[in-house]
Ligand binder design. Structure first.
Ligand code: SER
Length: 314
């Protein structure tokens, strides 16, 4: 097996590349990035290549050169950056995905292409959002994710490309900080707690969103890719849930572990994006079709985040 991870320098990419290398061997997992320098452990841990998913010929050369048969396509522009630069978001998320799918069709590759809770929007039920529901997002990021899910399913039905995907909730991790997302506050708050014992949060205290700790997200991703194709009724659009909490509940959980921690709330333009997304997700299709079950709740995640960040940040 020869695997390529696009967006390997990103928040999910760094954790996923490391786990894939542990599972399949360092030399069998190629980390691809665009302009961000690769973190040292990724650069030194196995093959790395610079490339841009919007350049199909360059991408084809990479895939041919390494004889790639499986791609985890994580390169994307997230929701907040997408609202500052909708054209870039469209280009990377849709033209980039189209290139990945075309090359996968020509090479018979298996694909993982993530989606997001950003596919939901006004009109979607807020609580326990069902698998099949209204998908009318109001962000460019959400528009590209809805279209992306449809495009992936099209390539499965039309060309037999085995492409799978999950609607990731906000992901929380300590290894690499996220950039350009709306759910980034749920990561920043831990960093700022450890560094300064205070945080100014960019959404309101009562903002509740679906979230997940990275080890669960990585496990779910690998489990979905390991599932027998015959057991899947869905392919690119699995609802995927870990936990849900408000920004205040998150701050309180940190306060209980960090005496004197102070969180203030000063909503900015990202509040509108957060308000358009659900509070909690029904992921019964994922549990029925490939046995999904999360391991972390807010308490267990907070213990692990703070322990790792204290070590990392000294
Ligand atoms: N975490 C992403 C964002 O906030 C959602 O998929 O943009």
């Amino acid at each position: 097996m020869m695997i390529l991870v696009t967006g390997a320098a990103g928040q999910i990419g760094t954790d996923l590349t490391t786990t894939l290398r542990e599972k399949f061997g360092n030399q069998n997992v190629v980390a691809m990035g665009r302009k961000t320098p690769m973190p040292k452990d990724i650069a030194e841990g196995g093959p790395c290549v610079m490339g841009d998913v919007t350049d199909i010929e360059g991408y084809r050369k990479i895939v041919d050169g390494y004889q790639i048969d499986t791609v985890y396509h994580l390169a994307a522009i997230l929701s907040a950056t997408g609202e500052s630069n909708p054209q870039l978001c469209y280009d990377v998320n849709l033209n980039g995905l189209y290139n990945i799918l075309e090359v996968a069709k020509d090479h018979g590759q298996r694909l993982f292409c993530p989606s997001s809770i950003a596919v939901f929007g006004p009109g979607t039920p807020l609580e326990n959002t069902p698998q099949e529901t209204v998908l009318k997002p109001t962000t460019m990021y959400g528009v590209t994710k809805v279209a992306g899910e449809l495009l992936c399913d099209y390539y499965f039905h039309k060309y037999g490309v085995d492409v799978r995907g999950i609607r990731y909730p906000g992901l929380i991790s300590w290894k690499t900080r996220p950039t350009g997302g709306t759910t980034d506050y749920a990561v920043e708050i831990y960093y700022e707690a450890v560094l300064n014992n205070r945080y100014e949060c960019f959404v309101r205290a009562d903002t509740k969103l679906p979230m997940m700790y990275m080890p669960d997200a990585i496990k779910g991703t690998l489990d979905l890719m390991d599932a027998p194709l015959e057991s899947l009724k869905h392919h690119s659009d699995f609802n995927f849930a870990g936990m849900s909490f408000s920004a205040q509940e998150l701050a309180d959980c940190i306060s209980a572990r960090m005496p004197g921690f102070e969180c203030t709330f000063k909503p900015d333009s990202r509040q509108n994006i957060a308000d358009s997304w659900p509070d909690s997700i029904d992921d019964s299709a994922a549990s029925e079709e490939w046995g999904w079950k999360p391991s972390y709740d807010l308490e267990k995640m907070s213990d692990d985040m703070l322990e790792n960040l204290k070590r990392k940040l000294g």
